[in-house]
Design a binder for this molecule. Structure first.
Ligand SMILES: [Zn+2]
Length: 67
């Protein structure tokens, strides 16, 4: 009864942590391009930096915008 065996194959946590950029935000989209390029080059530090920037970038949320 080892249910955990199915959980052994985890995907890369860095991949899971990838925040989605706001398509309407030029800053986020630029960061997204940077992140893609950094990943292509294998620069995971830069990838992580871009993820942090995207995650922290403030946006006005569409929900509740019209009041
Ligand atoms: Zn943004």
């Amino acid at each position: 009864m080892q249910d955990l065996t199915e959980a052994v194959q985890l995907t890369d946590p860095l991949e899971l942590a990838d925040p989605k950029p706001n398509p309407a935000c030029t800053v986020c989209m630029a960061l997204d391009r940077q992140r893609t390029e950094a990943r292509r080059l294998g620069d995971m530090t830069q990838v992580s930096d871009c993820n942090i920037e995207i995650r922290r970038h403030p946006h006005s949320r569409p929900r509740g915008a019209r009041s």
